[in-house]
Every structure is written in C-alpha cells, then in structure tokens.
Design a protein around this ligand. Structure first.
Ligand code: AMP
Length: 229
C-alpha cells in the first residue's frame, strides 16, 4: 500500500500519517523530518538544506528526490509506505513516477487535505514537537499533560523554527504556487481523495478509514488510537 499525503503545512498530515502507520504498519517517510534530522546532525545534505528549510523555501529537487529514492528501496518499505511532504511540486511527482516505474510499484491513494487559512495559522502557531520521539502536540487542541514535556517519553517540546509567523506565510505561498497543482495531477490519475482537514482528528480519521476500507484495507473503522470519541 503506497499512500501520499498532500496538503498545506498545518493541515494535520503528520498526525494522520502516524495513525495510519499505527494501524496498517507501514513506515512514514516524512521528508521534512529527514531534512531536520540531517540539519541537526550537520550532515552534508543537512548543511545544504539548512537555509532553505529555515526560510520556508523548498530544498532543491535533486536532493529530496535522491533521499526518497534511497529510502523507499529499504527493506521495511517492501509492503508499502506513507509519503508525507513529498512530492512537493510537479517535477518531484514526475520523478517519483519514474522511480516507481523502475521499481514496478504504484501509488494506491493520494489523500488531499484541505484546510482554511485561519485553521492552518492557528494550528501551526500552537504546534509543539517532541525533540526525542517526534510526537506532535497542539497547545490549544491537544495539550501535553505537563507543560513543555512529552507525555509519551518525557522529551522536551519545542516550537519548530519554521513554525514562526513570518516563515509560515512564506511556506503557504510556496504551497499555493508549487504544491497545490499536484491535486490536479493526481485527480487526473483518479487516485485522489479530498479530505476536509478543518474537522477534528477523529472525523478526519473516519473519512480516511472509510476510504481505505473501500480499497480493501482495515476492517475496524472505529479505531482512533489516542483520539477517543
Ligand atoms: P515539512 O515538515 O513537510 O513542513 O517540511 C519542512 C521544510 O522542509 C519545508 O518547508 C522545506 O523547506 C523542506 N522540505 C520538506 N519536504 C520537501 C520536499 N519534498 N521538497 C523540498 N523541500 C522539502
């Protein structure tokens, strides 16, 4: 099962990716996480990507395409994976099609998250991420038990550098100009399902589980993990 999550920053793709991963046990490949990790570790790719990520611009295609191509060839991706944050423009989507052609794989489903501008701003400015395990919190809607500490691993919670207001605006411009056209690209291939990402997590999961059930995956549609009814 190969799933792509497409949508603006702050639409909830990361949260939903983790829930899909928990349920159907396939890895999440989040290019933003891979790049932030590389930046923290000061690797060659991290040093090249740093200024792009900090300023909310796209990292050049050649780097991200290579990262994704190498990652999906790993053993744990054999049964499928979830792409979160890739592809981000038409060039990356076409490169991905070529890689899949070579590897004899196909995209099963693209979930296209639509959220209002105000919701995106509210979510991103209140988003905090655990520095140890990556769990995502929202200070308003899904606050941690203890201020600034992860309730799963006790790691420190931080605000991402690029979740500050001026960078958020830049990221949304980049999204509208470069990433949004991908919705038409995948709609034409008839693999796109639109998700109303203004809803709460449980309602979004209901829509996703229903679609996956239509595709023959997952029977229990009432499994919302940590997000209880
Ligand atoms: P994200 O965590 O998906 O919001 O990504 C954070 C940042 O990483 C983006 O603003 C870009 O600078 C960079 N990035 C992530 N994925 C890609 C991609 N597919 N292509 C180019 N840059 C990316």
């Amino acid at each position: 099962m190969i799933i792509i999550l497409l949508g603006p920053p702050g639409a909830g793709k990361g949260t939903i990716a983790n829930e899909i991963q928990r349920r159907i046990v396939i890895p999440v490949i989040a290019t933003g996480d891979i790049l932030r990790n590389a930046i923290d570790k000061n690797t060659e790719i991290g040093m090249k990507a740093k200024n792009f990520v900090r300023s909310g611009k796209l990292v050049p295609d050649e780097y991200v395409i290579k990262i994704v191509e190498n990652r999906i060839k790993e053993f744990d991706c054999e049964k499928g994976f979830i792409l979160d944050g890739f592809p981000r423009n038409i060039n990356q989507a076409k490169a991905l099609d070529k890689v899949f052609e070579r590897l004899d794989k196909k995209i099963d489903q693209v979930f296209y998250f639509e959220a209002s501008y105000q919701n995106i701003i509210n979510r991103l400015s209140a988003r905090r991420v655990c520095t140890k395990c990556g769990t995502i919190y929202n200070l308003k809607y899904d606050p941690p038990d203890k201020a600034e500490l992860c309730h799963k691993c006790n790691g420190k919670l931080i605000q991402r550098d690029d979740d500050r207001e001026d960078t958020i605006k830049k990221r949304l411009d980049v999204y509208n100009d470069e990433t949004l056209p991908l919705s038409n690209y995948y709609r034409k291939k008839r693999i796109l399902t639109k998700i109303n990402a203004n809803q709460d997590v449980i309602a979004i999961l209901k829509d996703i589980w229903n679609r996956l059930a239509e595709l023959g995956i997952g029977e229990n549609r009432n499994d919302y993990g940590n997000y209880k009814n």
